[in-house]
Design a protein around this ligand. Structure first.
Ligand code: 8X3
Length: 258
């Protein structure tokens, strides 16, 4: 297996939503793969602590508190970079699991803003720097919810479909330019926050998501796929990588040992 070492011009990797879960795991793994990682998230203390941890392990890391939905702040952030190699659009998440009939429009709006407009903001702002590297990669961390729906999921599913469409369309529009567009679509991943956030901090409801599932994916499993896709030789574009635990055959078909 050949793994392309990051070239001098493409050594910076920006990761959004790096304060926990898949984003934090991806930052650790990209740092270990030789990238200088820039960790962004709203929670300053968390990204700073993680940057210190990565530095203590002998790698280069910087923390930058950022709300991906704040376009002015994103534009200001982007002025710090003339060239970057990788942008991992990971910030996002789910709010609620209500049917269409009763879902909260405010939740739908927030999910669209974080999962779609957040990705749009960072991608637009950093595309010139990615292109300037001569070998850039945009990763969109979508979801299996970006590819098919399930009851109670419409708000999240709609937003993740939006992120998928952004990735697919961008790939068409920039073909011929030196930037790859990779979509990684994880299924059931047990992280400390995803389900808890979705259910407004209700730990019982969050636990039910994973009840009886032998081994849901971990944040590290997904970070591993992202790092693998990013470290392919530059002419290799992994368009879409769908990754689920073995116990999950589809969004609605999950083997539970109860
Ligand atoms: C997470 C997968 O099934 O909760 O993106 O929508 S699911």
């Amino acid at each position: 297996m050949s793994t392309a070492a990051p070239s001098a011009a493409s050594r910076i990797a920006v990761v959004t939503g790096a304060s926990s879960g898949i984003g934090a795991a991806t930052a650790r793994q990209l740092a270990a793969a030789g990238y200088r990682v820039v960790l962004t998230a709203r929670r300053k203390d968390r990204v700073e602590r993680l940057a210190e941890e990565i530095q203590a392990a002998g790698h280069a890391a910087t923390a930058y508190p950022l709300d991906v939905t704040d376009r002015a702040a994103v534009d200001e952030f982007a002025t710090a970079f003339r060239t970057i190699g990788v942008l991992v659009n990971n910030a996002g998440g789910a709010l609620g699991a209500d049917p269409v009939a009763t879902g909260d429009p405010a939740d739908w709006r927030t999910m669209y803003e974080t999962n779609v407009l957040g990705t749009l903001n960072l991608t637009q702002a950093l595309l010139p720097a990615l292109e300037a590297s001569g070998d850039g990669t945009v990763v969109v961390v979508s979801s299996t919810a970006a590819h098919s729906t399930y009851e109670g999921g419409a708000g999240y599913v709609a937003a993740k479909h939006g992120a998928h469409v952004l990735a697919e369309t961008l790939r068409l529009e920039i073909v011929g330019r030196p930037v790859r567009v990779v979509e990684v679509a994880p299924g059931m991943v047990r992280t400390e926050e995803f389900a808890l956030t979705r259910f407004g901090g209700d730990a019982d409801k969050a636990a039910k998501v994973y009840a009886g599932v032998a081994e849901p994916l971990t944040a590290d499993d997904v970070a591993d796929t992202i790092t693998w896709a990013v470290t392919r030789p530059s002419h290799v574009n992994i368009d879409l990588l769908v990754v689920r635990p073995r116990a999950q055959a589809s969004n609605t078909k999950v083997h539970r040992e109860l």
